[in-house]
Design a protein around this ligand. Sequence first.
Ligand SMILES: Nc1nc2c(ncn2[C@@H]2O[C@H](COP(=O)(O)OP(=O)(O)OP(=O)(O)O)[C@@H](O)[C@H]2O)c(=O)[nH]1
Ligand SMILES: [Mg+2]
Length: 208
Amino acid sequence: MHIKSVEFAGAIGQIGQAAPASIAGLPQVAFSGRSNVGKSSLINRALGRTRTPIARVSQQPGKTQEINFYHVKADWGEFCLVDLPGYGYAKVPQALRERWPQLIHGFFSTAKEMAGVVQLVDIRHGPTADDLRAIDYFADAEMPVLFALTKVDKLKASQRASAIRTITEELQVDAEQVIPFSAISGEGRDELLQTLAALLSQREEEMG
Ligand SMILES: Nc1nc2c(ncn2[C@@H]2O[C@H](COP(=O)(O)OP(=O)(O)OP(=O)(O)O)[C@@H](O)[C@H]2O)c(=O)[nH]1
Ligand SMILES: [Mg+2]
């Protein structure tokens, strides 16, 4: 997939708030992960925006509890990339942490254009308890989930294969659903975009 343009389309900051009108009818894909897992870096790399980042990188991790929407034009068509707020940041007050499931549920219960979720997991640590909770939520919502194992460049070649195998087993998913990724080297970008294009165009066809 070749990315032609990316535009910020708006945000949901309040529980139950509607998604921006400008992205109505576009197939969507959401990105989920704990704070600091490398979500902004992956999105910027995937969209080819490493020099002029588009995904907002906040100075205070975990403080931005918003769902951000990006309108992407690619060679095969248009879609909406949905950047979900990061979770699991220890310094965020409990009240704010309890907001995450409410915000996500409010949005997903109305997101009829959603094609699937890319769940990010740090390849060095594997899924956290919070990751497993998020994954359970998406499974309950019957969302197809792809896994991006981030920061793969931080592992030695000798550690990689076993880390991928262990995490795939822990997640109880097929190997094809798991994509090792590095925002530094760009490894995994083509595979991720190719898989997303297939998922999104299938959803678009289903929507008619
Ligand atoms: N080596 C390496 N570092 C990475 C990679 N991806 C992200 N990082 C680093 O990890 C830190 C967090 O990256 P972000 O992309 O801001 O993570 P995030 O998940 O968006 O974090 P929040 O928005 O604060 O929740 C930064 O210091 C990045 O430079 C990667 O693929 N490899
Ligand atoms: Mg971020």
